[in-house]
Design a protein around this ligand. Structure first.
Ligand code: HEM
Length: 419
């Protein structure tokens, strides 16, 4: 008997031993080989698994950073410098974490756009979508608090602007700001609480939300670029005709996307970690200084569209409200879209033009949010804000007026589909 077959028998026995104590086989059968996902998932379906990868990577690199980082007005900035210069491979861990944060948002924005393209937020996936939006909100809170931790000058002034926004809450605003700061100024107290929230509380919330998001996904099943429910047509064994086993087909496809993504990730970490000032801003290489306001306080690029909306409204209270509404509008999408079809492939010119205008307004607002205030910036921000809100809140009208196409009963061959 060869040593190879003895080894295989031993691992088989180990598997049997484990399976009698944990439902491993039942789990693999129901979630991998026995789970049928649509056969026509395209590249837009890579971003979910990449978001999972980034969540794991951020937790791993964040854990290493937390071992050397020291929260506190007097220590935070220096401890980050220490990580960069003295801790073995510290620069790599920190750049992987800062690059991971920005790429997380790139991936999540593309993941969300896919849902807009193919109508993945519509019934029966409303809850899946809502859980996604809540994950996005938690991710924004996580990123904002992480941004404050290095205690650079932009961390300080960014925190100043954002925390002051809570002052616009009617009646309790000033008290609320003081309560959040734990002080009369942005200082030691807020740094300590942001550190605790960033490393423990919000990651736990994120893990819980992502777990529920995946549970809802497995319950409703994946949508696909044709927007057709594959569960409705099955073979004699009850398997969806337009589905293929998740493993090995989708797992291998996902593995390919992970490999390509890691090359891009490494290229940014090694060759352009600051990414022209977008991933790490120049002002944040200087320590926090309450006496020196940077000439232009700009948020991280992934918050820039909302910041542009905030500045587009002259009244600060209304601006903060508009910014909040711009974000939470996503929650209502499943109930605003009245189109007869789900996927953009079968929508008409009006729906396509509306989605294109929304995508352009997102980029335009992002650009305006990163510019210093001025008449051109203000004009751009106002026009694009109007488009942003019109896309959401006029959707019951424009999605209904749109002339849709006939939806086939089965998913189409990729080449015939085109989009
Ligand atoms: C940490 C963040 C997130 C993780 C780890 C995550 C993970 C995933 C995974 C693994 C899938 C299945 C694969 C795929 O369809 O790409 C998925 C699907 C989905 N996600 Fe997320 N997601 C995240 C954030 C979001 C956000 C912010 C939204 C929306 C606001 C969202 C909405 C959806 C929808 C609608 C689907 C189903 C798409 C379809 O079947 O067509 N997700 N997500």
């Amino acid at each position: 008997m060869s040593s190879g077959s003895a080894g295989a028998r031993r691992s088989g026995r180990l598997f049997e031993w484990l399976d009698r104590r944990l439902p491993i086989r039942a789990f693999l059968d129901s979630q991998l080989t026995g789970y049928y996902a649509p056969k026509n998932l395209n590249v837009w379906y890579y971003f979910g698994v990449l978001a999972l990868l980034l969540l794991a990577a951020q937790i791993a690199t964040g854990l290493s950073l937390a071992m050397h980082y020291k929260p506190g007005e007097a220590t935070a900035f220096d401890s980050v410098e220490y990580i960069m210069r003295e801790v073995p491979w510290g620069w790599l861990i920190r750049y992987a974490h800062s690059t991971g944060a920005s790429l997380f948002f790139v991936v999540v924005y593309l993941h969300m756009f896919r849902a807009l393209l193919y109508g993945s937020y519509r019934a029966p996936r409303e809850l899946l979508w809502v859980l996604g939006v809540l994950t996005y909100l938690a991710l924004m809170a996580e990123a904002f608090m992480g941004y404050v931790l290095p205690w650079g000058n932009m961390s300080f002034w960014g925190a100043q602007v954002i925390v002051n926004l809570f002052g616009t809450v009617p009646f309790v605003g000033p008290e609320l700001v003081e309560w959040i700061r734990g002080d009369y100024a942005i200082a030691d107290a807020i740094l300590g609480r942001f550190f605790a929230l960033h490393v423990i509380a919000v990651p736990l919330v994120l893990l819980l939300l992502v777990g529920l998001h995946l549970l809802a996904l497995r319950t409703a099943g994946s949508n696909n670029p044709d927007g057709i429910e594959i569960k409705e047509r099955r073979d004699a064994q009850g398997r969806p005709l337009d589905g293929i086993p998740f493993h090995p087909y989708h797992t291998l496809k996902d593995l390919f996307s992970v490999a390509v993504f890691l090359v891009i990730f490494a290229a940014v970490v090694f060759f352009a970690p600051a990414f022209g000032g977008l991933f790490l801003e120049p002002a944040n290489f200087e320590p926090a200084d309450p006496l020196s306001t940077p000439p232009h306080i700009a948020p991280a690029w992934y918050f820039a569209p909302y910041y542009a909306i905030l500045r587009a409204v002259p009244d600060q209270r209304l601006g903060a409200l508009a910014m909040l509404l711009a974000i939470v509008s996503f929650l209502f999408l499943p109930w605003l879209d009245r189109s007869r079809v789900r996927s953009i492939r079968y929508k008409g010119r009006l729906a396509r033009a509306a989605l294109a205008a929304f995508a352009i307004s997102f980029i335009g607002l992002g650009f305006a949010g990163l510019q210093p205030p001025g008449p051109v910036q203000l004009c751009l921000a106002r026009v694009f804000s109007l488009i942003w809100f019109a896309w959401f809140w006029l959707m019951p009208i424009h999605s209904k007026l749109d002339r849709t196409k006939h939806v086939p009963a089965r998913v189409r061959h990729r080449r015939a589909a085109g989009v």
